[in-house]
Write a protein of this length. Sequence first.
Length: 276
Amino acid sequence: MVSQTYNNKKNLKYDFVSGWIGGSLGILLTHPIDTVRVRMQYASQSPYSNITYRHVIQNIHRTIGIKGIFRGVLPPMALRGFSMALNRTGYNFGHSIKSNNNVINKYSKIGLVGSFSGLCQSIGDAPLYILKCRAQTTGRKKMDESFSTYIKMAKEITRREGIRGWLNGFIPCSLCCMSSYAIFYPLYEYFLTKDMNAGLAGAISATICWPIALPFDTLRVRMQCQSYHVPLTKAVKQMWRQPISKWYIGMSATLVRAFPRYGICMGTIEYSKHFL
């Protein structure tokens, strides 16, 4: 199994470096799909929207150009390692806690530990995704994809919205991560016992778990793309009034993105342990 007991500094180094490499590679190669998906989720909050993939792609081409599909890639590329390191550290730490196997069976424990690892990851993901989502949905024709651009954006969020601006969407982000990894890791570990390689196990597990987490992710995107604080209750009520199809907008793009992203990420994490 790929899971390790979290008991020394070497494991912390492994979690951090391998998570950074695997997460960054997965993001870079699937970010264009993510941009289309996020723009669909954001636009779907309008009760009159009937948006399709064709409309989104045409709008991207017309307003910000083909290069625009890579907007917002820098923050997750630069900091995803931190979030994934939190995930893997939380996961391996959870595994180090002994439990009575007569009370909690193996895969139930993995599910609980997976949920905890998702909560750990959301601490890094939530503020990171605010920058990413706002860059992906901006209508500005020109936007310099550089660290200075995102530093200015971060300062503007802090100035206009304060600390609450960085907490926008934190709860749905946490619920999304917790629910997805509670399903992902038991499936992933099960597939590994069947001699499946880590990359394929990660890809299949992510494809199965994302339909459960997608409504939380849609709610997160709608809240984080706004340039002002959105009360959670208001966002939930607005979404609740809409048909369920709006909760799952961008499902096919999500699954197409999840398969290679998590395959690359988990494959890299497993493969890199031979060099770290």
